[in-house]
Design a protein around this ligand. Structure first.
Ligand code: RFL
Ligand code: PHB
Length: 396
């Protein structure tokens, strides 16, 4: 089989890239290890930046997001028993939408299938070849047979555990990493929202986040030991912990409900440079990871492939390679902005084991500052909605 662009991975990066390329008249094939059912039901992110919302809408895959997602104009920071609002729209003129990642995936798969795209689910033994030539290929197994996909470019959108990053020679790669000594315990529960907007809470017992999925399903997280097991946490214990961390002294109480999903995720910051080697390009989690506190991962994946699709378009339509050559440099500006923001939010809101009382007071001082100074609040807001990252890339 032959195509112009071979894409490994059907996460947000791979599917959205395939969709963008299709709109530009460029053919692609997407290879994915998991089944369609699996990718359409894995619970992950929830927050879409203004730029992501706009891109999905402009490219014709934003209809259900608009109808079923929740448009939020602000969020709350909870600390020292109080809640203080960050008015995103007043501070930046922009907003965010809370819409589950697997719903974005469903919309993208539906659009690709409707356009007759070649999406191969359930592949195994993916490997990348010839990326230092102009005839690269991807080998894989599908339904018991070995296949080779020949293409002009290979795009690694295969997430943090994929194979494509390893295809870049170690000597050319520089990896940057920070592993946090805590994780997030996530739940989905039945019931009404506890609040009109998301609540990010700093408490002596640890961080908590109150998010939502729909009028009847809520998403909540609390900081935990990444090595803990969900089996150690009864529903009663979970609710006691969430109440202790997220209820306020001003009369706000979160609303309990029947818990139907529990999981624990570790937290990591990671950037791999370079994001290109020969005819191989990396996008999304394959090249970088952020802790979820800043809600940036999915948005960065979308931003990467937006840059890449323009560069590939310039190659096919104008025979230009300069945008492809600059892809890594261009994408990394936004990525490092998001890395810093996610690290900053994480450090300000989480309980750091061994932190001195002085260091704990610094966290509170910072929260007081971002909730009282318009200048400081604007820094937070423009990063959260993604405007700061967009400014990093104005020279596209
Ligand atoms: P994905 O989504 O991991 O997709 C990669 C796909 O590649 C497939 N694959 C392979 N296919 C073929 N051959 C191989 N060898 C392959 N190896 C892997 C995988 O099966 C998979 O389908 O990466 P992508 O597309 O780069 O997208 C990244 C996002 O998924 C990720 O950054 C976000 O989920 C992060 N994230 C959040 N991001 C946000 O923007 N806003 C949020 O609110 C937010 N909350 C979160 C999050 C991530 C979380 N977890 C679970 C880490 C909350 C949590 C709890
Ligand atoms: C979510 O709703 O899953 C969510 C929201 C905000 C975050 C991370 C995750 O920062």
């Amino acid at each position: 089989m032959r195509t112009q662009v071979g894409i490994i991975g059907a996460g947000p990066a791979g599917l959205f890239l395939s969709h963008l390329l299709h709109l530009r008249g460029i053919d692609s094939v997407v290879l994915e290890t998991r089944t369609r059912d699996q990718i359409e039901s894995t619970i992950r992110a929830g927050v879409l930046e203004q730029g992501t919302m706009d891109l999905l809408t402009q490219t014709g895959v934003g209809e259900r997001m608009k109808a079923e997602g929740a448009l939020h104009h602000g969020f709350e920071l909870a600390f020292e028993g109080k809640r203080r609002r960050i008015d995103l729209t007043d501070l930046t003129g922009q907003a965010i939408t809370v819409y589950a990642q697997h719903e974005v995936i469903k919309d993208l798969v539906a659009a690709r299938v409707a356009a007759g795209a070649e999406l191969r689910f359930g592949v195994s033994d993916t490997s990348v070849h010839g990326i230092d030539t102009d005839k690269p290929s991807i080998r894989y197994c599908h339904e018991g047979a070995e296949h080779e996909l020949q293409c002009d470019f290979v795009i690694g959108c295969d997430g943090s555990q994929g194979v494509s990053r390893q295809a870049i020679p170690q000597a050319l790669r520089k990896d940057f990493e920070r592993v946090y000594p805590f994780g997030w315990f996530g739940i989905l529960c039945e019931g009404p929202p506890s609040s009109d907007e998301l609540i990010y809470a700093r408490h002596e017992r640890g961080f908590a986040l109150i998010s939502t999925r729909s009028p009847n399903v809520q998403r909540m997280y609390f900081q935990c030991d990444p090595k803990d097991s969900v089996d150690n946490w009864s529903d009663d214990r979970i609710w006691a912990e969430l109440h202790a961390r997220a209820d306020s002294d001003e009369g706000h109480k979160i609303i309990d409900g029947k818990i139907f999903q529990k999981n624990i995720v570790g937290m990591r910051s990671f950037v791999s440079t370079t994001m290109q080697y020969g005819r191989l390009f990396l996008a999304g989690d394959a090249a970088h990871i952020v802790p979820p506190t800043g809600a940036k991962g999915l948005n960065l994946a979308v931003a990467d492939v937006n840059v890449l699709s323009k560069a590939l378009d310039a190659f096919y339509k104008e025979n230009r390679t300069d945008l492809l050559d600059r892809y890594s440099e261009t994408a990394l500006k936004r990525i490092w902005r998001a890395e810093h923001f996610s690290y900053w939010m994480t450090s300000m809101l989480h309980r750091i084991e061994g932190a001195s009382p002085f260091e704990q007071q610094l966290q509170v001082a910072e929260l007081e500052y971002v909730t009282t100074s318009r200048t400081a609040a604007t820094v937070l807001a423009e990063n959260y909605v993604g405007a700061a990252g967009a400014q990093m890339q104005v020279n596209l």
